[in-house]
Design a protein around this ligand. Structure first.
Ligand code: AP5
Length: 214
């Protein structure tokens, strides 16, 4: 199974990907996570990407498509893939078709998380994650069960993303509207798009996604 989770910043792509990994043993391929790891490691890709990400703009198509290709290389043929935050432009969508064909794979579903854009700034500015295992939380919508302690690994260290500020979020939203939303009609023509209500509680969204996959 190869699926794309599509939606604007803060729609819940990362949250739902983590659930799919836990419930179905699929592999999450998040270009945002890959780029942040490259920035942290100080690789040439990371050095090039950092300023672009800090502005909320899109990193070059060649860089992110190469990351996806490399990660698929490392996966077993029968392992399901969740594309989280990729593709984001028409060029990336056509790169993905080529890369999937090269790996003997094809797209099964494009799942669009439909959200009220006005709620997203609040979602993103309230987001934090475990500094040890990366588990995602939100100040009010999804806090750890025990305050200050990660539900997953018990760490007491948390962090926030540098691009999760209101100004950068507005640029990220505009990039989504201008460059990413226009790739949906192409997938609709192929009959593989399903929409879910991304404003529902996290477990309800997860149930809607599971219903699509079964
Ligand atoms: P990336 O890391 O992909 O960020 P994004 O697309 O902006 O998406 P987010 O991670 O902000 O949101 P999400 O939808 O995953 O929401 P989440 O589940 O965390 O990209 C970052 C940057 O990297 C880009 O700006 C760009 O520069 C670069 N980049 C990455 N990929 C690229 C590509 N392909 N091409 C070019 N450049 C690329 O949820 C958000 C919060 O809401 C959390 O706190 C969560 O707990 C909460 N929440 C989630 N669901 C719900 C719910 N149903 N109800 C209430 N709260 C919820």
């Amino acid at each position: 199974m190869n699926i794309i989770l599509l939606g604007p910043p803060g729609a819940g792509k990362g949250t739902q990907s983590a659930g799919l990994v836990a419930r179905h043993g699929m592999k999450q391929l998040s270009t945002g996570d890959m780029l942040r790891a490259a920035v942290k490691a100080g690789t040439p890709v990371g050095l090039e990407a950092k300023a672009v990400m800090d502005r909320g703009e899109l990193v070059s198509d060649d860089i992110v498509s190469a990351l996806i290709d490399e990660n698929l290389d490392a996966m077993a043929a029968n392992e399901g893939a969740i594309f989280d935050g990729y593709p984001r432009t028409a060029a990336q969508a056509s790169d993905l078709d080529r890369i999937l064909a090269k790996h003997g794979r094809s797209l099964d579903h494009v799942i669009e998380l439909e959200v009220n854009v006005d709620a997203l700034v609040e979602r993103i500015t309230g987001r934090f994650s475990c500094a040890n295992c990366g588990a995602l939380y939100h100040d009010t919508a999804n806090p750890p069960v025990k305050e200050g302690v990660c539900d997953v690994c018990g760490s007491t260290e948390f962090k926030r993303r540098p691009d999760d500020n209101e100004e950068t979020v507005r640029t990220r939203m505009e990039e989504y509207r201008a460059k990413t939303a226009p790739i949906l009609p192409g997938y609709e023509t192929r009959g593989i798009v399903t929409r879910v209500d991304g404003m529902a509680p996290i477990d309800v969204v997860a149930g809607q996604i599971d219903a699509i996959l079964t």
